[in-house]
Design a protein around this ligand. Structure first.
Ligand code: F3S
Length: 81
């Protein structure tokens, strides 16, 4: 399984990820991306049928702000960061 989240500290609101993967990414009021599957917590597995979209979004992000892992992201880490 694959988990993903956006690092909003480095996202520049370029808008590419939502175009590549509209079922995974959306933008907040300021245009910064977040993962809609799990409110950007990185705890919901990306559905199999969206994997290709995720790859496209990864390749297209100019700031490498889209993080992926094969296990859920640790929420404690997020608070610390
Ligand atoms: Fe931000 Fe990268 Fe998406 S800069 S808007 S996470 S493509």
């Amino acid at each position: 399984k694959t988990y993903t989240k956006v690092d909003q500290d480095t996202c520049i609101a370029c808008g590419s990820c939502g175009a590549c993967a509209p079922d995974i990414f959306d933008y907040d009021d300021e245009g910064f991306a977040y993962v809609t599957l799990d409110h950007n917590t990185g705890t919901a597995a990306v559905p199999e049928e969206l994997q290709d979209d995720l790859e496209d979004a990864l390749d297209g992000c100019p700031t490498d702000s889209i993080k992926v892992a094969d296990a859920p992201f640790n929420e404690e880490e997020e608070k610390a960061g």
